[in-house]
Design a protein around this ligand. Sequence first.
Ligand code: ADP
Ligand code: MG
Length: 230
Amino acid sequence: MLKINKMCACYGESSVIRDLDLDVADGKIVCLIGRNGVGKSTTLKSIMGLVSTPEGSITLDGTEIIKMPTYDRVKLGIGYVPQGRDIFPQMTVQENLELGLQAAGKGKKIPDYIYDLFPILPEFAKRRGGDLSGGQQQQLAIARALVTGPKILILDEPTEGIQPSIIQDIGRAIKRVNKELGITVLIVEQYLDFVLNISDYIYIMEKGNIVMQGETDKLPAEEVQKMMTE
Ligand SMILES: Nc1ncnc2c1ncn2[C@@H]1O[C@H](COP(=O)(O)OP(=O)(O)O)[C@@H](O)[C@H]1O
Ligand SMILES: [Mg+2]
């Protein structure tokens, strides 16, 4: 589905990712984990075309996208939920979702499965995004990415700053998105329990590159834990 090959990413003169290879197989939930500042968000921004990627390749179902503008990547089927959620606080829940639809040129009708996945959203349709709790904003941000009808959904730290009961709701919703809608998922996370519970495959990043990877149930959990905390 998504293949990153020998990719480099930088902010101005400062190179953050070097020679990164990463594969997200069709239909899987893949997690990219690692400590603060190693380059996880930069990797997702590279996939979206939001940072400079002077070298390498990123393909989506075989189509090279590394030079495409962000807008075209969304149209091609990548849904992105940024770190910190970035919903529009002054706009209503409904308006936030409609903006997602516009981004993909998909008309004005919000698909029913969105409200089925996140029942609080129709309830709060007229509320301002900024008045929702962190967990509700996260659900709105995921819904906004899903209305574009993506093939792959990428999420940057969806559990950050969210209370445990809501984290479970979000985990269940992501699993349903994957199993019922058949959408491939790539998640950047630091919360290991969540990762072990949700993922099929894990990549571990240190200082701009992958240092370990494997199927979730085959990775040595203790060693992974150590790499995340030391
Ligand atoms: N806009 C930016 N300009 C310059 N450096 C940045 C910018 N954003 C992030 N960085 C640097 O890039 C590195 C990787 O950051 P990031 O991808 O956000 O890490 P992570 O998401 O793993 O915490 C860090 O050293 C960070 O300071
Ligand atoms: Mg980050």
